[in-house]
Design a protein around this ligand. Structure first.
Ligand SMILES: O=C(O)CCC(=O)C(=O)O
Length: 296
């Protein structure tokens, strides 16, 4: 699926955009299922295990920051990861044995949908090696105005910056950190059906949605099967007992064979502890953990 040039680009820059990775029929199905789920959220007035609500959410006007664990809410999200061109991109970048750590559908509601402060995913979920990446499949067109993902090319090869504020894990870097080089920011816009890939150590963030159109990106956080998590910032997998973990793990294998002898690499790790007062999502971690905003 990917050319040698695309693989080399990912290796050097830590990110990649793959155009039209899903077929029009797959995209239409994903959009329909997502719209139906958003419709269901009209029935609730507080965030729950399925939805994170944005301020201003109401039955008349549903506003979500996130659909949680979409692959557990409808099989189409699981199928796209396990049996589509997305799967081929994954194998091209991580090899034959791959596992899903988690998935989320970040919806930035029109007119203010929350920013995601600059961070490296690695700070949330360090592992025995850093063969991990996140896909961002665009379910709507993403423009400069509706809160696109922004990245710092090559930062996956640099240091892991502090994601603590006042001694607490706040899930974001300090925008005044001298190692944060705003001049090198690249913005990843695209059409519905395009997909971004970012390495687990790449610095990235996204601005609020300043447009009148929703921004819906389906994120899959994937790993090589030999990269075992040390501690996830807030992932449900760490609260499962061994038997439930095992059953869940079988569902999370994407391709190939599980690996029970983790590859241990010399990687920089700071555990995401102590946790922020509310660590139920990245938005809550950053807000309640006292992260300084780069977008204020
Ligand atoms: O939704 C976004 O723009 C970025 C999301 C992200 O980086 C994350 O959830 O880790």
């Amino acid at each position: 699926m990917l050319s040698q040039d695309q693989k080399a680009f990912y290796e050097g820059n830590g990110y990649l955009k793959v155009e039209q990775v899903v077929t029009p029929a797959e995209l239409a199905e994903l959009q329909q299922v997502t719209d139906d789920l958003i419709d269901t959220s009209r029935q609730i007035s507080e965030s729950d295990e399925r939805f994170d609500l944005d301020s201003g959410h109401s039955a008349e006007q549903p506003r979500l920051t996130r659909i949680k664990l979409p692959h557990k809410q409808h099989p189409v999200y699981d199928r796209i990861l396990k049996r589509s061109k997305v799967t081929q991109v994954l194998n091209d970048l991580l090899g034959p044995d791959t596992v899903l750590n988690t998935a989320k559908l970040n919806c930035k509601a029109p007119g203010g949908g929350a920013a995601v402060e600059w961070h490296q995913d690695w700070a949330f979920y360090p592992a025995t090696n850093d063969s991990l990446l996140a896909f961002g499949l665009m379910l709507e067109d993403v423009t400069e105005a509706n809160g696109p993902l922004m990245v710092i090319p090559g930062s996956h090869k640099g240091p892991v910056l502090s994601h603590h504020a006042n001694g607490t894990f706040c899930g974001a870097i300090n925008p005044d950190d001298p190692l944060f080089d705003r001049d090198r920011i690249v913005t990843l816009t695209g059409k519905a059906g395009d997909m971004t890939v970012h390495h687990v150590r790449l610095l990235h963030g996204s601005a609020p949605n300043r447009s009148d159109r929703a921004r819906k990106i389906l994120f899959y956080e994937c790993a090589s099967a030999d990269a075992w998590p040390l501690l996830g910032g807030s992932s449900y997998i760490h609260s499962l007992g061994q038997r439930k973990f095992w059953a869940d793990f079988q569902d999370r294998m994407i391709t190939g064979t599980p690996c029970f002898t983790p590859r241990l690499e010399q990687v920089p790790v700071t555990l995401p502890l102590p946790p922020a007062p509310d660590n139920t999502s990245i938005f809550k971690t950053q807000t309640s953990g006292g992260a300084k905003s780069a977008f204020a």
